[in-house]
Design a protein around this ligand. Sequence first.
Ligand SMILES: [Zn+2]
Length: 113
Amino acid sequence: MSTETDENEVVPADRFECRSCGYIYEPDEGDKKRKIPSGTLFNQLPEDWNCPVCRSDQEQFVNIGPAGTPSGFAENLGYGFGVNAMTPGKKNLLIFGTLLLLFLFLLSFYSSG
Ligand SMILES: [Zn+2]
């Protein structure tokens, strides 16, 4: 009888999601159709392995982190830098400038009529 010990600490393996169809490669499960044994990391897959659903290349896959991590977490970090990058001063200048142009437009409209 062989006794198995849990000396090796299990590191959560990164999962990869296909950007084309949303298929998620689970390293813990592997890919039974292609005879990929469970525990195979994404970067250990054969080069000719592609998405079992839509056959996209491995390049189409993005790292979405280990199981339990919200999908797309890393991408969401990029949000919130658009409009908020504008300083309040610039915003006021933009609003004031727009009102001034509108005022001048109305003034010329009434004076010409
Ligand atoms: Zn796919």
